[in-house]
Ligand binder design. Structure first.
Ligand code: SAM
Length: 231
């Protein structure tokens, strides 16, 4: 079997398995259904890969190969948190309605939507791809949480980051250059005592105190997640 088909099959089996596990664990929780329904409705007729394709066609047409995505999408490679895994992480960080959660590179917004729907927290999802932001706003409207879950277009390598009590960084596919720029923006925005969760990449020990390290399931497989407090 060609390796691309094998990878696609592996991904479908992984997602189905994880979703069934979440259904057993969170199937009686209204927020789990509400977040999934809102994201499904907001993304009906599109997909994250189509959003990336449209973004590249507009901003970097030379990267669009024969009408399709490049083999390596670099910083824009898509993968996302699963609602149940996002919930467990937010619970471990003791998030409540007094907190603001910022997801830097929010994709379809699973983390900000879960923070608002399950914990009543204020949340901000930031992404460079306009379609993620627009559909995230739509999902927040389906949840009637547009006052709690905000989505804004922002390039985290060059623009000021919002103030937050907990920052979420999906650093798995970021280039070294983008990660360094993001970290320097984060150091400017993050006040002492605030927290950060970084996926796949540890943060500098001189500035961040490690609180927890755990393996967490994501849409593409398991990844190591580091949780920190700013010194
Ligand atoms: C792996 S996805 C993570 C999605 C989300 N955090 C989650 O876990 O569900 C990474 C996201 O970062 C976004 N991204 C990449 N470079 C960015 C940049 N310079 N500024 C803002 N967002 C960026 C991508 O568009 C993508 O949606």
């Amino acid at each position: 079997m060609p390796s691309i088909l094998y990878t696609a099959l592996e991904n479908i089996v992984w997602t189905a398995w994880q979703t069934s596990a979440e259904l057993c664990r969170y199937g009686l929780k209204p927020w789990w259904w509400q977040v999934r329904r809102a994201v499904w409705l907001a993304w009906f007729g599109s997909s994250p890969n189509l959003a990336v394709y449209r973004h590249l066609r507009e901003h970097a047409p030379e990267k669009v190969q024969r009408g399709g995505l490049p083999d390596d999408c670099g910083d824009l490679t898509y993968g996302e948190a699963l609602p149940g895994a996002a919930y467990r992480l937010l619970k471990q960080m003791e998030i409540d309605s007094s907190h603001t959660v910022a997801d830097l590179g929010c994709g379809r917004g699973i983390i900000p939507l879960t923070a608002a729907a399950a914990f009543g927290a204020r949340s901000v999802g930031c992404d460079i791809v306009r379609e993620y932001v627009e559909r995230g706003q739509k999902a927040a409207r389906y949840l009637k949480l547009q006052d709690k879950a905000e989505f804004k277009r922002l390039d985290f390598t060059s623009e000021a980051l919002p103030a937050a009590d907990l920052y979420f960084l999906s650093a798995t596919c970021l280039s070294e250059d983008s990660l360094n720029k993001l970290l320097s923006r984060l150091h400017k925005a993050a006040r002492p005592g605030c927290r950060a969760i970084s996926v796949s990449q540890p943060l500098p020990a001189a500035l961040w105190q490690l609180q927890m390290r755990a393996k967490v399931p994501f849409s593409w497989g398991s990844a190591v997640v580091y949780a920190y407090t700013k010194k």
